[in-house]
Design a protein around this ligand. Structure first.
Ligand code: DGJ
Length: 730
C-alpha cells in the first residue's frame, strides 16, 4: 500500500519504491509537512519540528497562548497568504470584502485506487489502476467556505509523487484566486542548491546551479509559453549532490504557459520550494459553486544523484505521459526542408528533395513553413491555412501522393496559434487576436497571437486544419509557435476576468490539441516553439516529441541536449543533422559528428540533399541504418551523462545502456583538440561488473570499464566523434 494512514495521529505517509513523504494534521488543524526523502521507517517525523518563539511571529487565535506555535516558521504542506506565514505562499485568495486572510484547517481525507486526472489539463497517468493510489486531503476555511483539496498521486513503481490542487468555492460570494501554486515543499534542515535551466532562443536549457541563500530565488516565465528562457523543471539538491550520489528533489511542472518556481531560505534556515502558475497577471474568479484546478507537478526524490532522478523522469514521461500510437511505435527518420530552402521552394523542388531523401533511407518528408496563404516570408499569411497551389504548382494531395510514391510518408508545418497582421483572417477578425483595447499591439516576427481562450477562434482554426489534414495523406504535423505573448487581453471576457486570459489561453491550446489527437489518432505531432521555447512536460502529453532547438550546430547542441536530458527522455528530443557550415554559427563539423549528436534524439535531417556530395549521401545512408539498428537501445535504454559539457574539456560523452546491462552505446565527441594531448579515459556506467563486453574485437570487463575506464582515441581532427557499441559476452 503506497498510502499509509495513521488516523490516531492524523499522519499521512506516502511511499514509493525509494522515497517517502509525510504530512500531519496537528491538534490545531494545521497540515504540517514532516518529511520527504529516502524511504525508511514510517514513524511520526513531526518530532523534527522546532517549536520556539522567534519573535514578531503571529500566533493563531485559537492557539494564541502558545507563543512558540506560529505559521511564521512551521513547515507547512500548503501555506496560504495572509494567515501569519510571511514566506512565499502557495495560495492567495481575495474575498468579497477585499481581504486575503485565509486560514485553512484540516477537514477530511479520501483515498482512491488509481491515478486522478485533471479536467482539461495534462497529467501523468497509470495504465494499471493497481500501480497507483491517490490521496486527497481536504482543507477548509471555516469563515468563507473555501475548500482546498490537495491531490497526491502516489506512483509507487515509478518512484514519483504527483500533486495538484482543486480550490472550491462553496460560499455565497465570489472570491478571487490571486495565486495558486501546485506544490510546496518545506525542508526544515539541509544545505541546498537550486538548479534551473535557463537560456534564450537557439540556446535553451543551460544548467544553472546556485546555493539557496537567505531571500528568494526564482525561475519562471511570463511569456505566455513556458519559454526558451527558463524551463518548468527545477531541482533542489544537496550541496554535495552529483551525477551519481547525493540527495536531490526534482519538480516538473506539467504546464506550457506562465510559471514560477521559487525557493526561499527563511529566518531559521529552512528551505521552501513552491511551483505553479505565475501569479503576475493571474486573477481567477470563482463564483459560488465553481472550482479551479491547478496544473500538475511531478516530484521525484533521488538519494543517488541526478542520474537516478533523470532515469525516473525519463521512464515516467516516456511511458506514463506521452500518449497515442507513437508512444511506442518507432518514430520515422525525417527530412525537413526548412534549413534546405527556407521559403524558397515549389512542388518540384520538394519532390526532388524527397527523391534524394528516399534514396538515402529517410522515411518521412516534412514540408515546413511557407506552403499556405500568402507566405513567402515571415511577414504575412499566418491564419490563412489554405494551400498555396500556385506556389506548389499542384494540390497538396498531388504533392503528398508523389512523396508517398517514393516510399516516404508526408508531414506538414502549422502555426495554429498565431496570425499575421497581413492576413485575411486578421483583416476579417482583428478582435480575435490578443491585444489591449485602443493600444497598438506589440508585434513579434510581424505576428500576433490568436485568442485561444475563445471557443469560436479555436473552432475556426480547428476547421481549417482539419480541411488541410483531410485533403491529403498527412502522417505528421509540426506544431510551431513563434513569439512570446504580450498584450494579454481577450475581447471575449469581461474586464474583471482579464486576469484569467493567460491561463484560459493554455486551456484552449490543450483543448484544440486534444481534439486534433482524438480526431487523428495515427498522426504524429511534434511540438515546436522557435525550436525549444515550449519544451515542457505539459506539451509532451499531446506531442510525444518536441523540436529541441533552432540551433542545429552539433557542438552547441551538446550543451542544449545535456540540459534537456535532466528531465526529458531522448525519445522526446527532436534533433537533426543540418548542413556544414552550420547556418546559426558558421561552424564546420564532420557529418558523422552531426549524426552522433542528432542520434541522442528522434533523429533526422534538416538540409537540402541536393547540395550533398556523393560521399555524404552514402554516409547518411549508413547513419540511418545505424540509427535503426540501435533504435531500441537509444530510445528505451537508460541515458547516462558521462561528462558535462562545461569548462575546458577535450571530450564530451554520453551513453545509452540497456536496462539489463546487456548492451551499451557510448558516443564521444572531441570538442577541443590539443597538440601533444594527454591520454584521456572515460568511465562507463550501467554495465554488469562481473560480465565481459565485446568492443572492436576485444574483450573488456564491465567493472573495469566502469571503475577504471575506457581509454579514448586521440582525435585526428577537431570535432571528431566515435560511437562505441559494447555487447555483453555470453
Ligand atoms: C521556427 C522553427 O523552429 C523552425 O524549425 C521553422 O519551422 C520556422 N519556425 C518556420 O517559420
Amino acid at each position: 500500500m503506497a498510502i499509509i494512514l495513521n488516523e490516531k495521529q492524523s499522519l499521512f505517509t506516502l511511499q514509493t519504491k525509494n522515497s517517502m513523504y509525510q504530512m500531519k494534521a496537528d491538534e490545531y488543524g494545521a497540515l504540517l509537512h514532516t518529511y520527504y526523502g529516502k524511504k525508511t521507517e514510517n514513524i511520526d517525523y513531526s518530532y523534527l519540528i522546532s517549536m520556539q518563539d522567534n519573535g514578531f511571529s503571529g500566533n493563531p487565535y485559537g492557539n494564541a497562548h502558545d507563543r512558540a506555535y506560529s505559521f511564521d516558521t512551521l513547515p507547512q504542506e500548503y501555506p496560504v497568504y495572509g494567515g501569519g506565514d510571511f514566506r512565499r505562499s502557495a495560495l492567495m485568495v481575495r474575498y468579497g470584502a477585499g481581504h486575503c486572510a485565509l486560514e485553512l484547517h484540516y477537514d477530511s481525507y479520501r483515498i482512491i485506487k488509481g491515478k486522478y486526472s485533471i479536467p482539461g489539463l495534462p497529467a501523468v497517468y497509470a495504465e494499471e489502476r493497481n500501480q497507483v493510489d491517490t490521496l486527497i486531503v481536504t482543507l477548509k476555511d471555516d469563515q468563507e467556505d473555501i475548500f482546498v483539496h490537495l491531490y497526491y498521486g502516489v506512483m509507487e513503481d515509478l518512484d514519483m509523487i504527483t500533486r495538484t490542487v482543486r480550490v472550491e468555492n462553496r460560499g455565497k460570494d465570489k472570491v478571487v484566486l490571486e495565486r495558486v501554486m501546485s506544490m510546496c515543499l518545506d525542508q526544515q534542515y539541509g544545505d541546498y542548491d537550486f538548479l534551473t535551466f535557463y537560456g534564450k532562443h537557439a540556446m535553451e536549457r543551460e544548467l544553472s546551479r546556485m546555493p539557496v541563500h537567505h531571500g528568494v530565488q526564482s525561475a519562471g516565465s511570463v511569456r505566455g509559453a513556458s519559454s526558451h528562457q527558463y524551463n518548468p523543471f527545477v531541482i533542489l539538491a544537496d550541496h554535495k549532490a552529483e551525477e551519481t550520489k547525493g540527495d536531490c528533489y526534482g519538480v516538473s511542472f506539467l504546464y506550457s504557459g506562465d510559471f514560477l518556481a521559487e525557493t526561499e531560505y527563511d529566518q531559521i534556515n529552512q528551505t521552501r520550494l513552491v511551483m505553479g502558475i505565475h501569479p503576475d497577471n493571474f486573477r481567477f474568479i470563482l463564483e459560488p459553486g465553481e472550482e479551479f484546478w491547478a496544473p500538475e507537478a511531478a516530484m521525484v526524490y533521488s538519494d543517488k544523484g541526478f542520474e537516478n532522478m533523470s532515469h525516473i523522469y525519463h521512464k515516467a514521461f516516456r511511458n506514463n505521459l506521452c500518449r497515442g500510437k507513437y508512444k511506442n511505435a518507432r518514430r520515422p527518420v525525417l527530412l525537413n526542408n526548412w534549413e534546405g530552402t527556407y521559403f524558397d521552394f515549389n512542388g518540384e523542388k520538394l519532390v526532388q528533395m524527397a527523391e534524394e531523401a528516399a534514396e538515402m533511407g529517410v522515411e518521412l518528408f516534412v514540408l515546413d513553413d511557407g506552403w499556405f496563404g500568402k507566405r513567402d516570408s515571415d511577414n504575412s499569411g499566418l491564419g490563412d491555412w489554405t494551400v498555396n497551389e500556385k506556389k506548389l504548382g499542384c494540390t497538396l494531395k498531388e504533392l503528398s501522393d508523389r512523396i508517398h510514391e517514393l516510399g516516404l510518408t508526408f508531414g506538414i508545418w502549422f502555426e495554429p496559434e498565431c496570425v499575421s497582421e497581413d492576413s485575411d483572417l486578421y483583416r476579417e477578425h482583428p478582435e480575435w487576436a490578443l491585444k489591449a483595447p485602443g493600444k497598438k499591439p506589440m508585434l513579434s516576427r510581424s505576428q500576433l497571437v490568436l485568442d485561444f481562450s475563445r471557443a469560436e477562434v479555436r473552432e475556426h482554426i480547428f476547421a481549417q486544419m482539419c480541411s488541410v489534414l483531410d485533403s491529403a495523406r498527412i502522417e505528421y504535423v509540426k506544431w510551431d509557435f513563434n513569439r512570446s505573448i504580450s498584450d494579454i487581453y481577450s475581447a471575449g471576457l469581461s474586464a474583471e476576468r482579464q486576469g484569467e486570459v493567460a491561463h484560459r489561453y493554455v486551456l484552449g491550446l490543450y483543448d484544440i490539441l486534444e481534439r486534433i489527437t482524438q480526431r487523428y489518432p495515427d498522426l504524429l505531432i511534434e511540438g515546436c516553439s522557435g525550436g525549444g521555447g515550449r519544451f515542457d512536460a505539459g506539451m509532451l502529453y499531446y506531442t510525444p516529441q518536441i523540436w529541441c532547438s533552432d540551433d542545429t550546430d552539433a557542438i552547441e547542441r551538446l550543451k542544449i541536449q545535456y540540459g534537456t536530458s535532466f528531465a526529458y527522455p531522448v525519445s522526446t528530443v527532436g534533433a537533426h543533422v543540418s548542413a556544414s557550415p552550420n547556418h546559426q554559427t558558421g561552424r564546420k563539423t564532420p557529418i558523422s559528428t552531426r549524426a552522433a549528436a542528432a542520434m541522442a534524439g528522434t533523429f533526422g535531417y534538416e538540409l537540402d540533399p541536393g547540395k550533398l556530395n556523393a560521399r555524404d549521401k552514402e554516409e547518411i545512408h549508413d547513419q540511418i541504418e545505424v540509427f535503426k539498428k540501435y533504435y531500441d537501445l537509444i530510445q528505451q535504454g537508460d541515458y547516462y551523462r558521462l561528462t558535462n559539457p562545461y569548462g575546458e574539456k577535450a571530450y564530451h560523452a554520453w551513453e545509452f545502456a540497456a536496462p539489463d546491462g546487456r548492451e551499451a552505446l557510448v558516443s564521444v565527441v572531441a570538442v577541443k583538440v590539443y597538440a601533444n594531448p594527454a591520454p584521456v579515459i572515460i568511465k562507463l556506467r550501467g554495465l554488469r561488473e562481473d560480465k565481459y563486453y565485446r568492443l572492436n574485437g576485444k574483450s573488456y570487463l564491465g567493472g573495469a570499464l566502469m571503475y577504471a575506464g575506457l581509454p579514448l582515441p586521440q582525435p585526428k581532427e577537431e570535432y571528431e566523434s566515435w560511437n562505441f557499441h559494447l555487447v555483453m559476452e555470453k
